[in-house]
Design a binder for this molecule. Structure first.
Ligand SMILES: Cc1cc2nc3c(=O)[nH]c(=O)nc-3n(C[C@H](O)[C@H](O)[C@H](O)COP(=O)(O)OP(=O)(O)OC[C@H]3O[C@@H](n4cnc5c(N)ncnc54)[C@H](O)[C@@H]3O)c2cc1C
Length: 459
């Protein structure tokens, strides 16, 4: 009998099984705040609102179950990475505000860790920082520029590493240079999001699952099971936003895919190292990201099929077979010690990309409508900062958080199809070609990547 292949989809390897559902919306009801989406954004917002005012009546509506979206599928980098481009935001809003944003994100890493400890959420957290590696000359040049960039934004603790210093942390193949950024922790994503859902419920928030919002209006959210009337309505639907009426072109659902190995035996770990559980990534255009999981596997991800026509999303995280092959090849190339280890699971998910690649936290006092998202793949920490900020905005408080540059930021809509599909596809083919070009030993960033950046509208 042929060996069974990896589990494909079923949301992600972070869930050992589909969680038992919470109740659905029992019919029409009212609340003071209605939040649509039970990922990190929705749940952090509910958490900070309820802690600030325990009497607030808050309802969270979730189409499937808490953690069904990117929050239950991600790479588990709880990092201080800014969800946008700092230089562009500085040109728009001033350097000091962007410095404050970077600082707030670094601090948010510790805030998440503190809350998990205080609330008893076992999210498998290890704060080992991130190891970024370069694997050819062009990547090394980019890595050097990244180090300067981080230092320019006053990110403390950045350490450039030689190939040998990097190998003392993780024994990777073909590393040319590396750097370590201490502002990152490894987490088990689903444990974090499911734990948060339990915490907000304990605080008295009503979380209704299998309750998709069909439309969001001022003061009211409609679902097939009834409506919720509330003076404040917050949208926390990230990569799924395009499915809501009138929002099709607002944020592009970008796909990212992952695989997880079978548990790795101790003798193989001894040849790999990775005792610090650093999160790990490279500086290719089609970069990979990885973690050593809490249960002794390697989970590694990257972009495979980056975008589906007309902003469609996946079916419970299923990926094409070629994605499994591609990510397995990346794993074996970086860590050949894993060649005999099976792949247990493959999945994908969507993250939201605004047209200008800058995330936002917005609340309109006059309508009571708010939203946060567009984290361009850096949302595990940013959602915590967004949740705290939305809570301050809803409560009408002016705080250092409400002064951060992403508050109220607006980006234009994406182009209609087929331009959207052609643009993203062209961009990713160009990045793939640029990586191939660079791997042939070119010393500088491939000009093809510059063209891809132009298509993407990225600085
Ligand atoms: C494969 C992958 C790897 C990633 N890795 C990292 C990483 O390592 N580090 C990092 O910082 N970021 C990473 N990200 C991004 C990060 O996971 C997201 O930015 C973050 O989880 C966003 O949280 P969210 O709550 O805004 O959105 P989501 O977690 O997507 O939650 C949105 C929720 O809204 C629900 N919903 C949607 N539409 C409706 C509706 N109409 N009615 C009711 N509910 C609705 C969905 O079911 C979902 O549960 C990754 C993303 C992916 C896909």
């Amino acid at each position: 009998m042929p060996a069974a292949g990896p589990v494909n989809g079923r949301v992600s390897a972070w869930f050992t099984e589909y969680p038992s559902p919470r109740p659905s919306l029992p019919g029409d009801r009212d609340a003071e705040v209605c939040i649509v989406g039970a990922g990190y954004t929705g749940l952090w917002t509910a958490y900070y609102l309820k802690r600030a005012d325990p009497s607030l009546r808050i309802v969270v509506l979730e189409a499937r179950f808490a953690g069904f979206g990117a929050s239950g599928r991600n790479g588990g980098w709880l990092s201080g990475l800014v969800p946008g481009d700092r230089n562009r935001m500085a040109a728009l809003y001033g350097r000091d505000r962007v410095l404050a944003w970077q600082q707030a994100l670094n601090e948010a890493v510790d805030e998440v860790i503190e809350v998990t400890e205080r609330e008893g959420v076992d999210a498998g957290v290890v704060k080992g920082g991130t190891l970024h590696v370069a694997r050819n000359a062009a990547q090394a040049a980019r890595l050097e520029a990244e180090v300067d960039e981080e230092l320019g934004w006053k990110v403390d603790g950045i350490a450039a590493l030689t190939k040998d210093e990097a190998a003392q942390r993780i024994q990777l193949d073909d590393v040319v240079s590396a750097y370590h950024n201490p502002h990152c922790a490894r987490v088990q994503p689903a444990r974090l999001v499911r734990g948060l859902a339990d915490v907000v419920e304990r605080l008295g928030v009503d979380v209704y699952e299998n309750t998709p919002a069909t439309d969001i209006h001022t003061g009211r959210v409609t679902t097939p099971l009834g409506s919720v009337s509330a003076p404040v309505v917050l949208r926390a639907t990230e990569g799924f936003t395009a499915a809501l009426p009138r929002l099709r072109r607002r944020w592009l659902p970008m796909n990212s895919s992952m695989i997880a190995t079978e548990p790795i035996p101790e003798d193989i770990w001894a040849t790999i190292g990775w005792r610090g559980c650093e999160t790990l990534g490279d500086t290719a255009h089609g970069f990979f990201y990885a973690q050593r999981t809490v249960d002794g596997r390697i989970a590694i991800g990257g972009r495979s099929v980056p975008y589906r026509f007309a902003s469609r999303t996946d079916v419970d995280g299923r990926v094409p077979e070629r994605t499994i092959g591609h990510l397995t090849a990346v794993l074996h190339s970086v860590l050949p010690q894993t060649r005999d280890i099976g792949i247990a699971h493959a999945w994908c998910g969507v993250l939201a990309v605004p047209r200008d690649w800058e995330a936002t936290v917005t609340f309109d006092k006059s309508t009571g409508l708010g939203w946060a998202g567009g984290y361009v793949g850096h949302g595990v920490t940013a959602t915590n900062l967004a949740g705290r900020t939305l809570a301050d905005l809803v409560r009408g408080e002016r705080t250092p958080l409400t002064e951060l540059p992403w508050v109220g930021h607006r980006s234009r809509n994406w182009e209609p199809e087929p331009l959207r599909w052609l643009g993203v596809r062209g961009m990713y083919l160009a990045y793939k070609a640029a990586d191939w070009h660079e791997s042939r030993g070119r010393r500088t960033t491939s000009p093809i990547a510059v063209v891809a950046d132009t298509i993407a509208g990225r600085p």
